[in-house]
Ligand binder design. Sequence first.
Ligand code: KG4
Ligand code: ZN
Length: 352
Amino acid sequence: MSEPLVLGIETSCDETGIGIVRGTRLLANEVASSMDEHVRFGGVIPEIAARAHLEAFTPTLRTALETAGVELREIDAIAVTAGPGLAGALMVGLSAAKGLALAADKPLYGVNHLVAHVAVALVDHDAASSPLAPNTAALLVSGGHTEILRVGSLARDVELLGSTIDDAAGEAFDKTARLLGLGYPGGPAIDAAARMGDPKAFRFPRGLTMPKFEGTVQSPGKHRHNWSFSGLKTAVARAAEQFEAQGLAVPTADLAASFQEAVVDVLTAKAVRACQEHGLTSMLLGGGVAANSRLRELLAQRCADAGVELTVPPIPLCTDNGAMVAALGAQLVSAGAQASSLEIPADSSLPV
Ligand code: KG4
Ligand code: ZN
């Protein structure tokens, strides 16, 4: 088969994403977000997200097919996120994908959302310039996940090296912004507030690191490459309370900058260390937190110092979208992977 024409469907959280690729070439990437409906709750409400997917699915699919200039019958395969994510949200995309696959008689590929975040790096790259050299590290940081992966081959060799043991990095941004009264989603708000603050004003904890190694950020044992962000949020809350108790103005910008520095310091230090320990010389950054200006700056610096080549896809491709699912689907088709059964379930905690 020449380059496969693949439709990708993503509904794991609050974005209804439909992407179409031919091999690695991007033909359409339509995203409808229900974020506006979640803002007043300060977080994604699963029931609202699922209903929004149901409403947005058909118009988003139509627009994607029109933009790509293809008809459903021309598509070679349908790829869909099977997990991890919100169960009800996943079920909408998966049910729709099964219906399309059955009606149009196309093979269905249920894919892992995290691996799809990595596959997006291939979009609009030819094989010679592919950022996915064999054995690439992928640092994925969003509101729902925080992982470091080793990617040997997208089709069959992906290993989880480390992850958060509690809050996701984006979740920590969102919760901390909320307690500082900065609104939701919190990442962009903290990023902006931090520009006016001093990142050294407060020394907040770097979770799962050993105090005696502070500054070098090490933690041996099973949490070597893992993160923890829940204590950090509490530390920011305690610091703010001390100012309030004394009737003093809360130094929001300094707290935001110091919080952001703590997250970014431990994220980048552990990601680079994982590369060094696993002999990985390239890294890909993905997820919504990839938009963070300080993360991009410090990760670029630390990767350069360690001789690790860093790739950051354009932000619209870093956040949840259908093109990443389509890109992974195309890799699976090209690798001759077996299609999924039409009975494939949604798995909210699908492992890589
Ligand atoms: O990938 P994404 O759009 O959705 C999922 O969570 O899957 O990521 C959204 C997350 C939110 O937690 C948001 O606060 C965070 O990404 N985010 C940021 C920034 N922009 C978005 N976090 C830190 N700094 C930013 N500039
Ligand atoms: Zn995601």
